[in-house]
Design a protein around this ligand. Structure first.
Ligand SMILES: Cc1cc2nc3c(=O)[nH]c(=O)nc-3n(C[C@H](O)[C@H](O)[C@H](O)COP(=O)(O)OP(=O)(O)OC[C@H]3O[C@@H](n4cnc5c(N)ncnc54)[C@H](O)[C@@H]3O)c2cc1C
Length: 268
């Protein structure tokens, strides 16, 4: 539904996120905000309202936008935000929120008719309450085999874990790639075989749409942009989503079930 645009409206996005690389979640809230503003402006224009009647402010505790990304990538997005007239308050921790107002640490409050609040990934509190080993933020600590530290029969993967060998971004890339290792290691644990390590990649490819069939990408510290980046991203995304719609036929297997009424079956 479109807002009533008779009076000027301000929308603020407050992001509550660590600057720690391990907690970056793509696409970052900063990027989502650019997409939201673009969509709102388009819908206002379609409704014959003045898109300039809404002002946008992005408030972030980190010293700048997209702190986990390469310098050139951040610079490209700063330009996008500037072009879209989105004001940025960086290094501004929100200390209090009241209806229509964000109070910031060390600077004047920001008034807004609508406030969107985004946060980083958080673990469920019961990990620690159940006596599992957790890091300072409460994420489940797992070793290189994705087994919970100090446990024989608890495993974890994805956003909920703190991977002890090294900090991993809270990103689908790592969650998806941990899946087959997790499944394999659960089978191995059940059948008394040695567990295998999860070897996550060191760098991931990030392709982020700016909303008009144009995207910005980063890999190995390099940054690039263009219509071709968006088409590349679109191709990758569609290929990924097809896997959920066009399911492959299941092969007949000569292997028995994992469990039989007489105990664990043979798994090769
Ligand atoms: C808006 C957005 C865009 C993103 N875009 C990208 C991207 O482009 N590329 C990328 O790599 N990553 C992206 N990510 C990050 C990515 O989605 C996550 O890293 C990934 O989904 C983590 O997978 P997961 O299985 O660990 O957790 P999730 O996908 O969050 O799955 C956890 C599941 O557990 C369920 N659950 C929670 N508690 C319980 C409970 N008590 N009982 C039962 N079920 C429960 C939840 O409902 C959920 O279905 C994005 C994230 C967001 C929020």
């Amino acid at each position: 539904m479109l807002p009533d645009v008779a009076s000027p409206i301000g929308i603020a996005l407050a992001t509550s996120r660590s600057t720690d690389r391990s907690n970056s979640t793509p696409p970052a809230p900063d990027v989502c905000f650019t997409l939201i503003t673009r969509r709102l402006r388009r819908e206002l224009a379609q409704a014959s309202c003045d898109p300039a009647s809404i002002s946008y402010t992005l408030v972030t505790k980190s010293p700048g936008i997209l702190p986990a990304f390469p310098h050139a990538f951040r610079a490209r997005f700063r330009k996008v935000l500037r072009e879209r007239g989105i004001a940025v308050f960086a290094g501004a921790a929100v200390t209090r929120v009241e209806s229509g107002c964000l109070f910031l640490d060390g600077t004047a409050p920001v008034a807004a008719d609508e406030i969107l609040w985004t946060t980083q990934a958080a673990p469920p509190p019961w990990f620690g309450q159940a006596g599992l080993s957790v890091d300072a933020s409460g994420f489940l600590e797992v070793d290189a085999t994705l087994r919970a530290v100090g446990q024989s029969n608890v495993f974890g993967a994805g956003d909920a874990i703190a991977f002890c060998p090294r900090a991993l971004p809270k990103s689908g890339v790592y969650a998806v790639r941990a899946g087959p290792v997790l499944a394999d290691n659960i089978r191995r644990a059940l059948t008394g075989r040695a567990l295998r390590p999860f070897r996550p990649q060191h760098e991931a490819l990030y392709l982020v749409s700016t909303g008009e069939r144009y995207a910005v990408g980063a890999r190995n510290g390099l940054s690039f942009e263009g219509g071709w980046v968006w088409r590349w991203k679109d191709w990758i995304d569609r290929r990924f989503m097809r896997k959920f719609n066009a399911l492959p036929g299941m092969k007949e297997t000569r292997r028995g079930p994992l469990f039989t009424s007489r105990g664990p079956g043979r798994v090769t």
